[in-house]
Design a protein around this ligand. Structure first.
Ligand code: ASP
Length: 346
């Protein structure tokens, strides 16, 4: 970075393994952002300030906290002297928070999520390297939306998921796409830019967990019946992600359950258990063709966690069931803004 052009990056701490230490029986997040940053070199010409928001393992996050993070990032970016934002976050649900923020991100300046697979107190941990790469990406990246910098790669939030439970290098990947960039020796080699969905307004919902819509995930498998799907409806779900087999398939019983749910105003998305590739309307007899005809929205290449975030964002954005389904279609297929009904492709 050229001398004389100091870049200002704000690091927002939320916890995760990058802030975790041994508690006697296992690891848990406890370190403040300043402590996490203390072990990390700063990229040349970058000035950093820290804002601590939460100190939690990300498996414990709530929708209300994710919305608070969203609002905090917008608040930070309201300062024109800030060049970029880094969010330190647990890896378990990083793909969900990053995607939610990406759907609402309208700024040329990036928001860069990072974390660690190895706890803060490990001798050869990945925290310092990931944080360095994230700060570099935040200071220098433009028009990339919300990204995840991890293990030497920069991934677009959309489509990226936690791909390995423990490996630091292969922690995140987009099984259906390529990384946005590669970080090596303090430089970022950028690849192809990625399509982003139309930007959604920041939801007006307040931070009260009771006021955020319930969105459940139900998986299909051999012998599955819609009992858990119906249980989600009975629990008050306003949205459900059905994780189908193959290209997004289930059974005629699930199709009937989806039809009832949609008739009751519930937003249903279909994702798949398969690692890579899009959900596709190929099969009838309970397959994605019938699920789409019953009113479910096929979730493209989004997997369960991000499909759930897409449903949540559609529920928070639009009021009536038709508008919500249309909003969800636009979110899951950003390259087709007037997204046709999935069944049209059959
Ligand atoms: N359980 C941790 C979390 O998501 C895992 C991690 O950060 O790597 O908070």
């Amino acid at each position: 970075m050229s001398k004389g052009s100091v870049k200002r990056v704000v690091v927002i701490g939320t916890g995760g393994t990058i802030a975790s230490r041994w508690q006697g029986t296992g690891y848990a997040a406890e370190a403040a952002g300043g402590e996490v940053l203390a072990g990390t070199a700063l990229p040349d010409g970058v000035e950093v300030s820290v804002r601590d928001l939460f100190t939690v393992n990300s498996s414990q996050l709530t929708t209300a906290q994710q919305l608070e993070l969203l609002r905090t990032v917008h608040e930070v970016l309201a300062d024109p002297s800030v060049d970029g934002v880094v969010v330190t976050h647990g890896t378990d649900t990083m793909e969900e928070s990053a995607f939610l923020l990406d759907l609402h991100h309208h700024d040329r300046r990036p928001v860069v999520f990072t974390g660690a697979q190895l706890p803060l107190d490990s001798v050869d941990g990945d925290a310092a390297g990931n944080l360095y790469d994230a700060m570099l990406t935040a200071a220098t990246g433009r028009d990339i939306g919300v990204v995840i910098a991890f293990g030497g790669f920069v991934h677009a939030a959309r489509g990226t998921l936690k791909a390995h439970t423990l490996d630091p290098r292969g922690a995140f990947a987009d099984p259906s796409g390529q990384p946005l960039g590669r970080v090596k020796f303090g430089e970022i080699a950028w690849g192809q830019p990625r399509e982003r969905a139309e930007v959604l307004p920041v939801p007006a919902v307040d931070g009260d967990a009771g006021r955020t819509p319930r969105v459940d995930v139900v998986m299909h498998h051999v012998d599955a019946d819609p009992v858990l799907f119906e249980a989600a409806l009975a629990a008050g779900a306003q949205g459900i992600v059905l994780v189908g087999t193959g290209a997004g398939n289930a059974t005629p019983e699930f199709v009937a359950a989806v039809e009832r749910a949609v008739a009751a105003g519930v937003l249903v998305a279909v994702s798949t258990r398969v690692a890579a590739g899009p959900v596709a309307p190929m099969y009838t007899g309970g397959g994605a063709v019938d699920l789409a005809a019953a009113g479910a929205v096929l979730s493209g290449t989004l997997r369960a966690g991000q499909a759930r975030i897409a449903v949540l964002a559609a529920l928070l954005t639009a009021r009536c069931p038709q508008e919500r389904a249309a909003a969800l279609r636009r979110i899951v297929t950003p390259d087709a803004p007037d997204a046709p009904d999935a069944t049209a492709a059959a």
